[in-house]
Structure formats: structure tokens, C-alpha cells
Ligand binder design. Structure first.
Ligand code: BEZ
Length: 218
């Protein structure tokens, strides 16, 4: 188990572009460690509680998204502060009531060990439930993105897919993506960091509005 990073005696949130906190946890698919996912992208996400309606809609949405994620080499892993028995019963209930079979593991984080490592509990919202957090971890185990939503707002899984597409395009092409970017649209060339590079950029032949703003197709 990784140690919790502390600043001024308080647990801190994990940091982007640093190794994701390591864990070993009991899940609906048996004991899993973060390292078991090495080589795949991982979406580790928390939900407040089993047998709650917004969470149920999210689990259906994540299950519907799973085939698209698989095509992109992404594994899902859920988490809440509920027992494995509760998770099993809820997943069976979702299948019975909604005809949706949840394919990914769900961590039973009864002692909040993983939730603490990732800062998933927001005491201002609830001391006994995890907020709606999403952590995107790359195949090398580096934390690449975090999303935090409140208890009352279900997440947009299309946005999570868009985030994966943007991160993978960034890694493949060394680029950045503009607001609301979708695959097939033009990307942003990261801005020059020296005056010389800025001069060069104006002559580079990209679609350039000014020295700091260039786009191209990929
Ligand atoms: C829900 O999933 O429906 C929910 C959970 C916690 C607070 C509010 C709604």
C-alpha cells in the first residue's frame, strides 16, 4: 500500500502527472491491485452508495460505455464504501430490473483505505459516502486526469470518453486539444515557449491566428 502524501499533517489529493496511489483491495472480481491493470488505461471511479438511483443510472451508463472503452484499451473499476455482498446484490438487482450486466469490478472500500488515498470523501458533502470521482490512470500508472462531481449530479460518460480520446491523441501526436474537441476535429499545437520559437511558428505553415494560436488536422 502506498503511503498517503501529507502536507501540514493533512492528507492531500493525488497530483496529476505523478504515479497514481497504489492499492490492493477486495472487489467483486476478487482481490485486485492497481498494478494488475498495468499496460491498460484505467478509469477508477467512485459512487456514493449502492442501491441509490443516480448511481444506478451511472452504472448503466458506464456499462454501455464499456465496449467503446475496451476499443481504446481502457478498463473500468468502480468503488464505494459498501461491502462486496452489497455490490453483488446491487449488480444482480441492476441486471434484474434494467437488463444490464455490469462487467467491471467494484472495490468494497469499507475501511476507506483507497478512498483516503485518492481523496474521494468530501466531508462537506458526506463523511460516510464517496463523492462522484473519476481518476484516469495511464498504462504506466501515471494519474492523467481527475474529475470530481457532487453527490447529486450524475456524470456525463460521453465527456469521460472524450477525455480519453483527448489524452490518447495528446500522447500519440504531442498536441493539445481545444474546448469541446472531438476526434476528427483540428487540434492545437502547444504554444511556443521562446521568442525564437514564436518567430518560427509564424512561418511554419499551420493554420495560425497569431504566434501562440496554431491549429492543424491530425
Ligand atoms: C443517488 O445515487 O441517487 C444519490 C446518492 C447520494 C445522494 C443523492 C443521490
Amino acid at each position: 500500500m502506498d503511503t498517503i502524501v501529507q502536507e501540514n499533517g493533512k492528507a492531500t489529493l493525488p497530483r496529476l502527472n505523478q504515479p497514481a496511489p497504489l492499492f490492493e483491495a477486495e472487489t467483486t472480481h476478487g482481490t485486485l491491485r492497481l498494478e494488475d491493470f498495468q499496460g491498460s488505461w484505467v478509469i477508477l471511479f467512485s459512487h456514493p452508495a449502492d442501491f441509490t438511483p443516480v448511481c444506478t443510472t451511472e452504472f448503466i451508463a458506464f456499462t454501455e460505455l464499456a465496449p467503446e472503452l475496451k476499443k481504446r484499451g481502457v478498463e473500468l473499476c468502480g468503488l464505494s464504501i459498501d461491502s462486496t455482498y452489497s455490490h453483488i446484490a446491487w449488480v444482480r438487482n441492476i441486471e434484474k430490473n434494467f437488463g444490464v450486466r455490469v462487467p467491471f469490478p467494484i472495490i468494497a472500500d469499507l475501511n476507506k483505505e483507497v478512498a483516503s488515498l485518492y481523496g474521494m470523501v468530501m466531508p462537506g458533502e458526506s463523511k460516510t459516502e464517496t463523492s462522484r470521482c473519476v481518476f484516469v490512470i495511464d498504462p504506466k500508472g501515471i494519474l492523467r486526469a481527475m474529475i470530481y462531481y457532487p453527490l447529486t449530479t450524475g456524470r456525463n460518460t460521453q465527456e469521460i470518453l472524450r477525455l480519453i480520446d483527448a489524452l490518447q491523441a495528446t500522447d500519440k501526436h504531442g498536441i493539445a486539444t481545444p474546448a469541446n474537441w472531438k476526434p476528427g476535429e483540428k487540434i492545437i499545437i502547444p504554444p511556443p515557449r521562446t521568442t525564437e520559437a514564436a518567430e518560427e511558428r509564424m512561418k511554419a505553415g499551420y493554420e495560425t491566428a497569431d504566434w501562440y494560436f496554431s491549429k492543424r488536422a491530425i
